[in-house]
Each structure stands twice: as structure tokens, then as C-alpha cells.
Design a protein around this ligand. Structure first.
Ligand code: GLU
Length: 478
């Protein structure tokens, strides 16, 4: 939790408060309310790795929040601020997130207290493999029990090491690759996983703007075109969300907040150029074509239409919530708005698209990757050419009608190529993600608009998710 005043609850307490607000409006059987809320188990491991001539001890966690469905799912975070409270809060959010987007998993999360910038690649591999070893031998990484994925500070590289470590320890497991998602394509990954969370944020906003009534609730109108957007954090999620929104939907990225300050340009920033600058220079400092603001957090309070917190939890808290001017907040990060800030923003009429929905694109595509690993075949491999052949029949027929009957029809430029081409894996993944985001939004909005006692999307999201978890507990006979 960053910058919050003393009286702010912890991250896990904040998630519990939001949960409690929702269950108060539900009619759960006695005892089930608590059973769903609590984290089932947290495993803490301290392990040593010999580095630079001495043994260094690291602390890691894997929390399992709910096993109402198995495997349980959730990323592994590498950061110095990782602690048990945070991992448990994130694991709880995974339970609700998976339920909301109908990914058939329970919720889990892992973390390792480490500053990855302090170690070279070989050292990171040793540390990651050792952490993975500790989790694998306790079945806390396992294709049918617990399937991690990337989170802050981890990516394809770490997932490849974890997958390989599992395979070394389980040489005859034919489904070994399904033990972790977010792997590189050549190690059993899936096309579109890296962009997935950012892409999901884009699809979530597109769906929101398909409902004029919802747009009006945020005191906005029209479409995403021309909307002023401020993004906090240009990591994997923030970068892809900002890139797609600016390049494909006409949104204007007026502010980008990073560790070393913020960039502001009312005419819109070039997201790709900012990202290249950060990669090259290690931060935004010195980037041309923008105003620099030293105290980046102040830019959260700038006037804009849409605010996308895509970095840490707790960045919108009791100390700044009343100063936020954005009409719509979409939580690309997990837990960026504390429970207290949520109360303030709700009473101000700010619409918040909650994290458990907004950033669910990652786990949704992880689900597709897991299914791909278990089915041992790339999506589209069987149908693609057959689909193309059938489309060819239609095109041939249209062309025959046009010439035989002398109708003089000509197909629009580009139609033939576009129509003939069968969908590849990336297109299928995007289609599955788009469908998932649309359907999940509609399930939330039905509760939001359908009940007088529900006035915000977060409570609606919790109600949908908790109801599904409760149903699966009931089906299990618990
Ligand atoms: N770490 C991501 C999240 O918070 C992805 C989890 C996953 O793919 O399992 O949702």
C-alpha cells in the first residue's frame, strides 16, 4: 500500500471490506459468507541460493484463497514490497476474477521479496528455479492443482524457467507444460498472452462505451474517440492498454505517470515513443514533446475523462480520492483504489470499472493457454484451411454469378483477401477474449441496473462472482 494515511486498512482488509459490502446485499447460507471470504492457506518459504560466493536467503509466498475449483490460478510477483497481506489480497481477487469471467479456476497468488534489478540473468534463473522447486515439491505448482502466471516483475522468461523446472522434476508428466501459463510461444505459450491484460482493458472500455446509459452515468458521452486518458504505469499492462486505445480507438493519452515523474501533453502523447524512451533511458526523464511533472502522483488528480491506474495497489487512497477529477476509472492494476477511496469516489459519482473485471484479460488468455497445453494442439490448426476452402466456394460462386449472368459485380477492394483468410491462433485468442469481456460486463451491468440496492459496478461484480463461487460450493456439497 503506497502513500496511504495511517488510518487506511491494509490491502487484504480493503478487499474484505468490499466483499462485505456485497455479501450484505446477498442471501448466503450461514457460514458460507465467511468460508468464501477467508484465505484457505498461505505457504511461506525461506530458501537460500549461493550467489557471489555467499548464501543469500529469500522469502517467498504462495497463497491459495479458494479451491472451489481446481487448479487454482494466479500470478507470481517479484518485488521488494511483497508480503503475506498483499499476496492474500491478490489471491482473493483471483478467486473473484476467475468466477466473473468464467475461467474454471480457484484463486491463488505468489510472491517473492526481491528487487530483480539487482541480479543478472543467470542469478535470476538460479533464484527463480529454486523458488519454483520449493513450490513444485509441495504441489503448489502443478497442472491440475496450482498454475501460476506472470505478474509484476515477472514475464515469459521466468515462466519458461518455472515450466522447465517442473518438467525436470516430473519427466513423465505428459501435461507438464500446463503447470504454468504466460510462457514464450516456443515453450508452449499462446499467441496474444503478453498483450492480453492490456487488450482486455481495451475490450472492457469498448464494451462500456457500447452502453450509452452507462457512459452517461460517468457524465461522459459519445465513444472512446477523442477521450482524454491518463495512464499510471507504462509496464506491460499500461503500455498495451494505452497503445491500443490510442492507435485503434482514437483516445488521446494526455498523461503518463511513471516512477520518475509524469509526462503531460493535452494534445496526446505517442505511447510507442514514450515506451521506447523508457526502455532506452530507464525512465521518462528527458522525453521531448511533453511537460514534465516531477511529482507524478499529482497527475492522477489532473482533469481527464478516463484514468487508468495500471501499476501498484493503493495509489488512490484517502489522501487523494477527493481530488480525483476523472469521470471514469478503469482499474488495470489489482487494488489501485482502497476501500475508503472507493466510498469517496462513489459518493462523487465517479464510475469505477473494477479490477476483478478490468484486468481479467490476462487470466482469460492464461486459461486458453492452459487448454492449449492440455490439448497439445495450437488453436485453429484443424479448421483454418477448411474454413478457407469453404470461403473460397462463396467467392467463386459470387464471381461466377457476376460474369455468367453479366451482373458486372465487383468485390470491394481487399474483401477477397480478408474473407478468404481463415483465423489463426492470435485472432481466435482475441475473439475469445473479446467475447469473455463482453459477457462478463453484461453480467455485472445486469446487477448494477437491475437492483435498486446496487449503485456501482464493483459491488455488482462481487455479487456475480460470489454467487458463482457459492453455487459451486453448494454443488460440491460443502
Ligand atoms: N497476474 C495476472 C492477474 O493478476 C494473471 C494471472 C494468471 O494469468 O493466472 O490476473
Amino acid at each position: 500500500m503506497s502513500e496511504g494515511p495511517r488510518n487506511e486498512p491494509t490491502f487484504r482488509e480493503s478487499v474484505d471490506l468490499m466483499y462485505n459490502r456485497a455479501v450484505a446485499l446477498m442471501d448466503l447460507p450461514p457460514g458460507l459468507e465467511e468460508k468464501i471470504r477467508v484465505c484457505n492457506a498461505t505457504y511461506t518459504v525461506r530458501f537460500g541460493v549461493r550467489l557471489r560466493g555467499q548464501i543469500q536467503t529469500f522469502t517467498g509466498y504462495r497463497s491459495v484463497h479458494s479451491e472451489h475449483m481446481e487448479p487454482v490460478k494466479g500470478g507470481i510477483r517479484f518485488a521488494t514490497a511483497v508480503n503475506q497481506d498483499e499476496v492474500e489480497a491478490l489471491a482473493a481477487l483471483m478467486t473473484y476474477k476467475c468466477a466473473l469471467v468464467e475461467a474454471p479456476f480457484g484463486g491463488s497468488k505468489g510472491g517473492l521479496c526481491i528487487d530483480p534489478t539487482q541480479y543478472d540473468e543467470h542469478e535470476m534463473e538460479q533464484i527463480t528455479r529454486r523458488f519454483a522447486y520449493e513450490l513444485i515439491k509441495r504441489d503448489l505448482i502443478h497442472p491440475s492443482q496450482n498454475v501460476p502466471a506472470p505478474d509484476m516483475g515477472t514475464g515469459e522468461r521466468e515462466m519458461a524457467w518455472i515450466s522447465d523446472q517442473y518438467q525436470r522434476m516430473n519427466t513423465t508428466d505428459i501435461n507438464a507444460r500446463a503447470c504454468v501459463t504466460g510462457k514464450p510461444l516456443n515453450a508452449g505459450g499462446i499467441s496474444g498472452r503478453v498483450e492480453a491484460t492490456g487488450r482486455g482493458v481495451q475490450y472492457a472500455l469498448q464494451e462500456f462505451f457500447r452502453h450509452p446509459e452507462d457512459v452517461a452515468a460517468a457524465h461522459l458521452d459519445g465513444s472512446l474517440d477523442g477521450k482524454r486518458v491518463i495512464v499510471q504505469g507504462l509496464g506491460n499492462v499500461g503500455y498495451h492498454a494505452a497503445l491500443f486505445l490510442s492507435e485503434e480507438d482514437g483516445a488521446k493519452i494526455t498523461g503518463i505517470i511513471e516512477r520518475d515523474g509524469a509526462l503531460f501533453n493535452p494534445d496526446g502523447l505517442n505511447v510507442g515513443a514514450v515506451r521506447d524512451w523508457i526502455v532506452k533511458h530507464g525512465g521518462i526523464t528527458g522525453f521531448p514533446d511533453a511537460n514534465h511533472v516531477e511529482d507524478g502522483a499529482k497527475v492522477l488528480e489532473q482533469d481527464c475523462d478516463i484514468l487508468i491506474p495500471a501499476a501498484l495497489e493503493g495509489v488512490i487512497n484517502l489522501s487523494n480520492a477527493h481530488k480525483i477529477k476523472a469521470r471514469l476509472i478503469i482499474e488495470a492494476a489489482n487494488g489501485p483504489v482502497t476501500a475508503g477511496a472507493d466510498d469517496i469516489l462513489r459518493s462523487k459519482g465517479t464510475v469505477i470499472i473494477p479490477d476483478m473485471y478490468a484486468n481479467a484479460g490476462g487470466v482469460t488468455v492464461s486459461y486458453f493457454e492452459w487448454v492449449k497445453n492440455l490439448s497439445h494442439i495450437r488453436f485453429g490448426r484443424m479448421q483454418r484451411r477448411q474454413e478457407e476452402a469453404r470461403h473460397q466456394l462463396v467467392v467463386d460462386e459470387l464471381e461466377r454469378l457476376s460474369s455468367d449472368k453479366g451482373l458486372g459485380w465487383t468485390l470491394s477492394p481487399g474483401f477477397k483477401e480478408k474473407y478468404l483468410r481463415g483465423a489463426d491462433e492470435l485472432e481466435l485468442v482475441r475473439s475469445g477474449l473479446d467475447d469473455t469481456m463482453r459477457i462478463a460486463y453484461q453480467s455485472m451491468r445486469q446487477v448494477w441496473h437491475g437492483r435498486d440496492d446496487v449503485t456501482d459496478l464493483r459491488t455488482a461484480a462481487y455479487i456475480v462472482a460470489i454467487d458463482r463461487v457459492a453455487k459451486s460450493y453448494r454443488a460440491k456439497g460443502l
